[in-house]
Ligand binder design. Structure first.
Ligand SMILES: [Zn+2]
Length: 539
């Protein structure tokens, strides 16, 4: 890679992530003055919906956004994925990522970065210049910030700086919202201080509060979409309040960045309502393709219950807090693999075959047998109806190879199942329902879920003003950012510069900057606790 061009347009380039910010809210709130700084940015530059990737989940989506690579190349699909050659779930983090991030490439080209709170960016190697603050995936700032003493500085300036806050950790909604606003405020203070003090070439900061509040309140809040069911309720503005707070911080960051800055606000996916959880393994069980140990089959009485306890089959603390899920429901670990030909695992809808040569006790021969079975499963899934029987439950079923490409493709789910508008979802840790039941209440009281289209708003040097920017793609963020930084865009990235948005020249290179996975990830137990808190996994 050649050094960044001296006459690069953006000085600095500022990328602000609003996790889960959705065009259905952003558009009306820009128009009615609720989000004045975002509206002003769009007016100076352009805005459009921003298409996420299937599945629109933070680990895969943010990783693709900041590498320009599809999951078939970077290898991050979900919060947890099976360790190759086992049925064991490993929690993902940046140590498992293949490929270089935007800030890795910027550093290779002699630029200085500040990177704050990007989900799954931890653990990060020590930058030779620049600053790193971890996001989701790190349990604490200690031993995760670069420089190391930054954790202490942040703590002393903004005591109680939180990496994440979840509704699940608070019984009282007002306590949750207070903690959420405190997290956002602290993040804003630190972000502004680092932007002013470090004078970076590239500044990236992600705020996750939009995602957290929308999961918790979507169907209770008063929204422009009309989804609110509790108008007049004291928390009716909970979602709007978070957007307003983020908009005020955006105003401060734009001011701190100065007049030569190019500013992009992006989200990794959009948002909408959530009707409930679906248990795809129950469908596979019904089809005779999955064999699972169910507690009812266990020996009864005192001895049996002691045996269950020893085997760890009794309900976890989570199940007590989550009344929709009873102790008679098996978990992923209860699947009997010798009798299983296909299984579902993870978030949103992922189905894999128990394939000979890939899984430890594979039951399906690769080739025509596997292919025919995948077709049969797809047909059955596409025939499913919502619980009221009124509409199809599944929008589409894709083969992994239809959506992704690259050497990590072999770790992709065999089938990517897209539930109707993402109004239903599968959930890690709750892959199997009570016998014969396909639907359950959404875990941890969530009433909102992700959608495919997030938002992109941008303005500044190198960005062409437009009032009708067409839909852009999240995968194109890194090549676009490289162009704004005056860095040649690697031709072998999966993403392409957003030519509708850019008003600057784009240079190209045949080189592909690369980092191999380091494998020295975060403490898996800590990470599991964090993901459980998000409602993303159950143990
Ligand atoms: Zn989310």
């Amino acid at each position: 890679m050649r050094p960044a061009h001296a006459s690069r347009p953006a000085r600095p380039l500022v990328i602000i992530g609003w996790d889960g910010a959705t065009p259905e809210l952003v558009k009306p709130w820009m128009a009615d003055g609720t989000l004045p700084h975002l509206a002003q940015l769009a007016k100076r530059g352009a805005w459009s919906p921003l298409r996420s990737l299937l599945h629109p989940l933070s680990p895969a989506a943010w990783t693709s956004a900041f590498t320009g690579l599809n999951p078939g190349r970077h290898g991050i699909w979900d919060f947890g994925q099976l360790k190759p050659g086992t049925y064991e779930v490993a929690h993902t983090d940046a140590s498992m990522r293949h490929g270089a991030t935007l800030w890795d490439i910027a550093e290779d080209c002699g630029l200085r970065s500040v990177v704050m709170n990007v989900p799954l960016s931890h653990p990060a190697p020590k930058p030779s210049r620049g600053v790193f603050v971890p996001g989701l995936g790190a349990d604490s700032l200690e031993d995760a910030c670069w420089p190391r003493n930054l954790a202490g500085l942040i703590e002393s300036e903004t005591p109680g700086y939180a990496i994440d806050v979840n509704s699940y950790e608070h019984a009282d909604p007002s306590e949750f919202l207070a903690a959420l606003h405190q997290m956002v405020e602290s993040r804003g203070v630190v972000a502004e201080a680092l932007l002013r003090r470090e004078r970076p070439d590239l500044f990236v900061c992600t705020f996750v509060a939009t995602d957290r509040v929308q999961h918790a309140f979507w169907q209770q809040a008063a929204l422009p979409t009309g989804d609110g069911s509790q108008l007049g309720w004291k928390f009716a503005d909970a979602i709007k309040d978070v957007y307003v707070q983020l908009d005020a911080i955006l105003g401060r960051l734009i001011h701190a960045a100065g007049p030569d800055a190019a500013v992009l606000v992006v989200s990794d996916h959009g948002f909408g309502d959530l009707q409930g959880d679906i248990y795809l393994n129950s469908v596979l069980e019904e089809m005779g393709l999955l064999d699972v140990w169910r507690p009812a089959e266990a020996p009864r009485g005192l001895i049996g219950s002691i045996a269950e306890r020893i085997l760890g089959r009794l309900p976890s603390a989570l199940r007590r807090r989550d009344p929709g899920f009873t102790e008679h429901v098996p978990r992923f670990g209860d699947i009997r693999w010798e009798g299983t030909r296909a299984y579902a695992r993870g978030l949103f809808g992922q189905v894999s075959l128990n394939l000979r040569g890939r899984e430890p006790v594979g039951q399906v021969e690769p080739g025509p047998e596997a292919d025919a079975l995948l077709s049969t499963i797809s047909e059955r899934l596409l025939a499913l109806r919502t619980p009221d029987g009124r509409e199809p439950l599944i929008d589409a079923v894709f083969r992994g190879g239809e959506l992704y490409e690259g050497p990590m493709l072999e770790e992709a789910p065999d089938l990517i199942v897209v539930p109707k508008d993402f109004r239903w979802m599968t959930r890690a840790g709750r892959e199997i329902g009570p016998k014969g039941e396909l639907f359950g209440p959404a875990a941890v009281g969530h009433t909102g879920n992700h959608r495919m289209n997030g938002v992109l708003v941008g303005a500044g040097p190198g960005i062409r003003p437009s009032d009708d920017l067409p839909l852009q793609k999240l995968l194109d963020l890194t090549p676009t950012a490289l162009a704004l930084l005056g860095i040649e865009v690697p031709r072998r990235l999966d993403g392409r510069p957003m030519t509708d948005l850019l008003g600057c020249d784009v240079g190209w290179t045949d080189e592909l900057p690369w980092r191999e996975p380091t494998g020295d990830g975060a403490d898996p137990e800590r990470l599991a606790r964090q993901l459980e808190g998000l409602g993303y996994i159950a143990r």
